[in-house]
Design a protein around this ligand. Structure first.
Ligand code: ADP
Length: 281
């Protein structure tokens, strides 16, 4: 009988067992993976503002953008086209983005922020692995990770390699179609053994600047229904707010402003539920 060839090693599992990767991640107290069932629901917006808000609460924060489909964190923090420096050991040095906050993005590795990044198959995984393995974060309280959308191999590669302790923050919008995707996202977390800190329902109603009434633009209650059905806590609902779009485009995260609006209040309520000791994983 001819000998059966052994199956090729799983590259993700192989990397996760890498002692260099483990050593690099050791100085990080907690990873918060910002996930969504699909693109366009505000995942990067939540990741950036979560990182900024945690830093404003005094946590030492790293923000890692591994969204292979369109890294946007560098634009949202006004650090586009940044030349990433290496330290004496050849490790990438994260870019400072305000007090207590440093950032590393796949976008920095593209020659130009307007270049389309077409990474396929093994190249995509090696780039994700490189960002996890070759960044000198130092000591961090939180590593907020803007993950690729969906529940495929890419978020799997990120979650499995970044290690523990970790928790997922899952972003959705109120419509039923989005909720179906998020249900898959919650299943994904359970399958990979990732504790879920909670759901955020984004673009949840529009607060009219004139009369103060909330209008439900995209239906309502999707996040609440899902929370009841699955037992995953709903951390909060962030309204649709044009200041969030403008802040994202201008590289000025809306939570960095000291303005008291429905959206900043909603966001800081969520952040406070994620602080250590607030019953989150
Ligand atoms: P994703 O990362 O899920 O693809 P983004 O964070 O890039 O989504 O957001 C998509 C667009 O929606 C951006 O223009 C962003 O400014 C906008 N956006 C996100 N959240 C809100 C909100 N609560 N109100 C208004 N616009 C928002």
């Amino acid at each position: 009988m001819p000998e059966r060839p052994s199956p090729p090693p799983n590259p993700v599992e192989h990397m996760a067992g890498d002692p260099v990767l483990q050593a690099r991640m050791r100085g990080i107290r907690r990873r918060l993976f910002v996930l969504s069932g699909k693109g366009g629901v505000g995942k990067s917006t939540v990741a950036v503002n979560l990182a900024v808000a945690l830093a404003r609460r005094g946590r030492r924060v790293g923000l890692l953008d591994v969204d292979v489909h369109g890294p946007s964190v560098s634009t949202m923090l006004r650090v586009p086209d940044t030349r990433v420096l290496s330290d004496e050991n050849g490790l990438l040095v994260p870019v400072p983005a305000g007090e207590h906050l440093k950032v590393m993005s796949l976008g920095f590795l593209a020659a130009n922020s307007n270049d389309a990044i077409v990474w396929r198959g093994p190249r995509k995984f090696s780039v994700i692995g490189q960002l996890l393995r070759d960044v000198q974060w130092g000591e961090l309280d939180e590593l907020v990770v803007d993950c690729p959308p969906g529940t495929g191999d890419e978020p799997l590669a990120v979650v499995q390699q970044a290690g523990t302790p970790a928790a997922a923050v899952v972003v959705t919008t109120p419509q039923q179609v989005a909720v179906a995707d998020v249900r898959r996202c919650l299943t994904f977390c359970r399958l990979v053994g990732l504790p879920i800190a909670g759901l955020i329902e984004n673009m949840s109603g529009y607060v009219c600047p004139h009369c103060g009434q909330t209008v439900d633009l995209y239906g309502c209650g999707g996040g609440e229904g899902l929370s009841r059905e699955t037992g995953v806590p709903l951390l909060g609902r962030i309204p649709f707010d044009s200041a969030i779009v403008c802040g994202g485009d201008a590289g000025a995260p809306f939570v960095a402003e000291d303005t008291d609006t429905a959206s900043t209040r909603a966001f800081y309520d969520i952040v406070d539920k994620l602080l250590p000791g607030a019953n989150t994983p």
